[in-house]
Design a protein around this ligand. Structure first.
Ligand SMILES: [Zn+2]
Length: 395
């Protein structure tokens, strides 16, 4: 019966000189992403990697309220990072008023705007109004015809820092390896290169929105690979360089504030190792380090100020004396040198604590201010690489 109907339909179509136009089908225009809300002539969606976790409503006056929600969480409350990123699709240029509603949390990230998803500009402070408790932020901005993105930092999805690292290391003799899979089956990608009897480890983005830490990581990697005096060449000949640019891809692409897809803070899991991301990364680092002396392990993050969390200077590590040298390098080279905070908690579950316990290496949590200028974040990474090269090239 169905076949007969289909045959009739084909015959009927075949008999027409022209096909009737299908409603709302535009063969060459971009597809409209699924909206979370829409007003007259515009819609808002979160259908892209690292989008925030939002719902929204449009009022009759076309002002918009967007909820800023965190990931499904087993752990919450440490250093809340209310992340937002959404896209406006508009049929015409229009000015919009969008209120971010953080419920129990407070506004942290300055909004950035982009019309191509790649180049970003901070909204001026005058375009952002907070309520007294800072639990709501109203943004006023101009949407262009087509797409306009708003995000808490320039967007950087899980592929971005892997691709950046691959480009930065091109021709430098590094090996790219997928050392594991995330809970949602994304690749966990690392890079290893350089020679030698010692090793150095760097990672970033355990916590998804902390992209100013990623900027410092990039300054660090560029300098470590790009400096070409005799000391730098000697450093690379002596050190295996182990890099993990994206240890939490599910959290990053899922628009999480802090956690992985298992609802866990990965930088509290270096000890219990309940999550595949931390298990795979610690195993891979240990394998790559082998019997080498690991001179330092630097984990780049971001918070409300630039601060270095370091182990105490009497810690049981053969390279603990590097830390005063690193501090004096920062103090002499950076216009706003970081604070230092010294402590060790063997049961804290941080990469920093694990580095000292498992590798006997001074592990550092390198925190960059959320709003540091990208060039200043890179300068800190550059200074860290220079300090390593200058200190360890010959010892
Ligand atoms: Zn962090």
């Amino acid at each position: 019966m169905k076949l007969a109907m289909a045959t009739v339909a084909v015959l009927a179509l075949g008999g027409c000189a022209t096909l009737p136009a299908l409603p709302s089908f535009t063969p060459f225009g971009p597809p409209t992403p699924p909206a979370i809300c829409a007003g007259g002539g515009f819609s808002i969606d979160i259908d892209f990697p690292s989008a925030g976790r939002h719902d929204c409503v449009v009022a009759p006056d076309t002002s918009v309220v967007i909820s800023v929600d965190h990931e499904p969480a087993l752990v919450e409350g440490i250093n809340p990072s209310p992340w937002f990123a959404f896209r406006v699709t508009s049929d015409a240029a229009r000015s919009l008023s969008v209120t971010l509603d953080y419920t129990d949390y407070t506004h942290r990230y300055r909004p950035y705007i982009s019309t191509d998803g790649a180049r970003w500009t901070a909204l001026p402070d005058t375009a952002v109004t907070l309520n007294e408790r800072k639990t709501r932020a109203t943004l006023r901005f101009n949407a262009v015809p087509g797409s306009t993105w708003i995000a808490g930092q320039p967007l950087s999805s899980s592929r971005d820092n892997v691709d950046w690292t691959r480009r930065a290391l091109a021709g430098a003799g590094f090996t790219e390896v997928d050392y594991g899979r995330s809970l949602e089956d994304r690749p966990l990608t690392g890079f290893v290169g350089g020679g030698g009897i010692d090793a150095i480890v760097a990672l970033t983005r355990q916590h998804p929105p902390e992209t100013s830490g990623q900027e410092a990581y990039r300054g660090f990697v560029e300098r470590l690979i790009g400096r070409n005096d005799a000391k730098a060449v000697a450093f690379r000949a002596r050190h295996r360089i182990i890099l993990a640019p994206m240890p939490n891809p599910d959290g990053v692409d899922g628009g999480h504030w802090r956690l992985n897809a298992g609802g866990m803070d990965l930088n509290r899991d270096w000890g219990a190792f309940t999550q595949p991301e931390t298990r795979a990364l610690s195993t891979w680092i240990s394998e790559q380090a082998g019997q080498r002396r690991v001179v330092s392990m630097m984990d780049f993050h971001a918070t409300d100020r630039t601060v270095i969390y370091a182990p105490p200077l009497d810690s049981a590590s053969p390279t603990i004396a590097f830390l005063p040298a690193l501090k004096s390098a920062f103090d002499s080279k950076l216009k706003a040198p970081p604070e230092w905070s010294y402590s060790h908690n063997a049961a804290g579950g941080t990469s920093k604590g694990w580095a000292l316990e498992a590798l006997k290496a001074p592990g550092l949590t390198v925190e960059l201010w959320d709003h540091i200028a990208p060039a200043d974040a890179r300068a800190l990474g550059t200074a860290a690489a220079d300090a390593l090269i200058d200190y360890f090239a010959m010892q």
